[in-house]
Ligand binder design. Sequence first.
Ligand code: DGL
Length: 273
Amino acid sequence: MIAIFDSGFGGLTVLKPIIDELPDYDYLYLGDNARAPYGNHSPETIKRYCEEAVEYLFENGATLIIFACNTASSIALRHIQQKYLNGTDERDRKILGVLIPVSQEVAKNKESKRIGLIGTRATVSTSAYDDEIKKINPGLTLHKIECPLLVPLIEEDWHKKPEAVMILKKYLRPLKNANIDSLILGCTHYPLMYESISKKMGRNVKVLDSGKITAKSLKDYLSRHPEIESKLSKNSSRTYLTTDLPDKMKEFIKKNFDLKVDKVKKIELKRKN
Ligand code: DGL
């Protein structure tokens, strides 16, 4: 089974394009809503939360886990891969993130010179995106802005309100002044404000949505790795799990995504010390 992991609702912006690209597989979505947002926590806490989620997902049938969360991908992915994949057979389990596909997409585009990135405080504090982008093209410059108020506004379904658009405008101003040509939406939630973001940035800025890029990259990955692909079940089932209020997740999905959702189950993650 393919598991999509996020701190909360945001990863649904990654799940949706993945399902659109690869509808036949079985999906397990886990949102750790009880502890979201991750973006304001310390790296140690984020790593522990990710360990607890990964252990749950592997114990409950996942073969391939996608870290949809940019914060988790930036802070914890390497640590998690070392801890849970080292010494195991590559064909048995795999964990992938959103950061590499997005960095590759932007850095390989010959027209990108000045790149902007918006994300949570935790994502912006690391050099994870910078490192991946510069590995491919060391000449690129990356302008990063943390936007901590956007996630709570989106979770509250306030993202279309003028107050949210005003805050967004303030966050984007330095990027407009930096004359960027590409903007990475380095947070799962921001595609829900895609229209306002592209409108504010103007026609000359290419806005990159990590969900769509990850979906294409996953499709390509599975075509190149039949040893993993053949292990994934294909009954088009979708299971939604949350560590908090199932009805809230169900409502959020119904309101924002064209996804069929019969049931959301509440789960507890085993606490690690
Ligand atoms: N999912 C997170 C991300 O993509 C945003 C929400 C959070 O801070 O947990 O960075």
